[in-house]
Design a protein around this ligand. Structure first.
Ligand SMILES: Nc1ncnc2c1ncn2[C@@H]1O[C@H](COP(=O)(O)OP(=O)(O)O)[C@@H](O)[C@H]1O
Ligand code: SF4
Ligand SMILES: [Mg+2]
Length: 497
């Protein structure tokens, strides 16, 4: 797409509806007047694809491709989108576990975009990450006490009353028992392990916590407990969160604002109420229509289902113009040729779309639907349909063939790269180096098995005593093997660092 065209079109169609950028900070509802803790501008992360003997770069995975947002002190920013749209990469880049390809990251007014590992070290106290996988993110050969106290050792912090006492206090804070201090991760259920991960992340009283799908790997019955725990800790400790999820139902209750990502871009960023009551981006609308509505008062109005067809296109060669145009039922010519800028179309609601929902059309002159748009959606049963939607629904085919977009996202596997990066961030190489190295084995698998049964039984965190006893029996054999597996993980971490 040509730059000239993009600029012309943007200028031509949006000026009267858009709110000037300088007015934005004041206009957002709720958290709008709070101080900015993190500011991200034009952030990009491209992973090069290399080929041949010379390893020449032939293409790049544009995982994050130019995003802007702010996180304000004390707020929770939810980030949602289908699997593969760049959420985890964004999380790892803003916490500087990965280096950005472009753009800037400011934390408390300081530009941290290209700080060296050494210069970032003191900031690690303030910026913490909680990972998706409570199985892989805790070192199986370390005791809970050692895991949760690691941040104190690494940062050379001596809490009042000693490290042990502080760790036991933290364990209590996250709903575990101080007696768990000498136990090993495999003795705990998934929900408990995630609590341990949270205790570790909170050890140094961070200012910003980035939680990457913190409950996705957990049993549904435990998800709410962990989300509620995070919510309680936020009020208690004045934390600021970025919570990443593929499922709107997770971030719905805890977020002040929500950013919706699609193929490396933010397509809508709004406060929770606006987003839920009147989503403006067609993709947000599709994500929302796949989420069950728990509020009986709203259920009547919620008869529509928008079921997107097809897979998310490749981030190696994203579609031209609006990246969503290959799956959008409203796409017109301008959508194919011109990337819509992210503009504040309503106070506190930024949207990147030429034909937004619930707002004035940004390209009213462009009315002819692309043929792809007619096929993009399998079924649309709008409660109050716009002319374009009605047309799309006429084209609709069998509903039973359709699959909700959110459900599809949930079923997708995480990229293997993520597991590695999680292990990398979860523990610190400095500590890993001091550990002895022994063989290799299947301790983690066994621990997982023990945990799988424990997890199922211990739906209630407090009801886990039985599971622990069971798991402890497996302990003897597991522990020997655990040592070797951990050594492998440690070596990996050291190399990565
Ligand atoms: N280290 C990596 N090397 C190459 N590609 C990667 C790497 N990490 C992530 N990706 C790719 O970047 C895209 C975004 O991935 P990710 O950030 O994990 O998405 P999400 O968390 O939204 O599922 C995916 O296509 C993924 O395959
Ligand atoms: S209407 Fe156009 S700009 Fe808006 S989401 Fe659909 S394809 Fe993108
Ligand atoms: Mg992810």
């Amino acid at each position: 797409m040509s730059e000239t065209k993009k600029t012309d079109a943007a200028d031509a169609v949006v000026p009267q509806q858009a709110v000037a950028p300088e007015d934005r900070a004041d206009s957002a509802k709720g958290s709008g007047d709070r101080e900015v803790l993190l500011r991200v501008q034009g952030l990009k992360k491209h992973f090069p694809i290399r080929k041949g003997v010379l390893q020449r770069q032939v293409a790049a995975v544009k995982a994050v491709d130019g995003i802007d947002f702010e996180v304000r002190k004390g707020e929770t920013l939810g980030v949602v989108g289908e699997s593969g749209c760049g959420k985890s990469t964004m999380g790892r880049v803003i916490t500087r576990l990965q280096d950005p390809t472009g753009g800037t990251i400011e934390f408390e007014g300081q530009d941290i975009t290209s700080l060296s590992v050494g210069k970032m070290r003191p900031l690690r106290r303030d910026i913490q990450m909680i990972f998706q996988d409570p199985y892989g993110s805790l070192n199986p050969r370390h005791t809970i006490g050692s895991i949760v106290s690691a941040p104190f050792r690494l940062q050379g912090v001596a809490p009042e009353g000693g490290v042990k006492k502080e760790v036991q206090r933290l364990l209590e804070l996250v709903g575990l028992s101080p007696e768990h201090y000498n136990r090993y991760p495999h003795e705990f259920s998934g929900g408990q392990r995630q609590r341990i991960g949270i205790a570790r992340a909170l050890a140094l009283k961070p200012k910003l916590v980035v939680a990457d799908e913190p409950v996705s790997a957990l049993d549904v019955s435990i998800q709410a407990q962990v989300v509620n725990l995070m919510d309680d800790l936020q009020s208690e400790l004045g934390l600021t969160y970025v919570i990443i999820a593929h499922d709107l139902s997770v971030v719905r209750h805890v977020s002040d604002r929500i950013a919706v990502m699609y193929l490396g871009k933010i397509v809508e960023l709004a406060d929770r109420t606006s987003l839920y009551e009147a989503p403006m981006h067609p993709y947000t609308k599709a994500l929302m229509s796949a989420v069950p509505v728990p509020d009986p008062k709203r259920r009547g109005a919620k008869s529509e289902r928008i079921l997107l067809k097809g897979d998310v296109p490749s981030p190696i060669a994203p579609p031209s113009g609006c990246r969503f145009h290959t799956r959008c039922w409203k796409a017109t010519e301008i959508c194919k040729t011109t990337e819509p800028p992210l503009l504040e179309l309503k106070p506190g609601q930024q949207v990147a779309c030429h034909h937004p929902e619930n707002a004035a059309d940004q390209a009213p002159q462009d009315t002819v639907l692309l043929s792809a748009a007619r096929e993009a959606v399998e079924l649309v049963i709008p409660a109050q349909s716009s002319p374009q939607e009605s047309e799309a629904s006429k084209e609709a085919s069998e509903p039973e063939a359709a699959e909700p977009v959110v459900a599809k996202a949930a079923a997708e596997e995480e990229a293997p790269a993520e597991a590695e990066a999680e292990a990398e961030g979860a523990d610190d190489a400095a500590e890993a180096e001091t550990e002895a190295e022994e063989g290799d084995a299947s301790a983690e698998t066994e621990a997982h098995e023990a945990e799988a049964s424990a997890d199922a039984e211990a739906a209630e965190v407090d009801a886990s005593v039985e599971a622990e006893t069971e798991a402890a029996e497996v302990d003897a054999s597991v522990e020997a093997e655990a040592k070797s597996d951990a050594a492998e993980a440690d070596r990996q971490e050291s190399t990565d660092k």
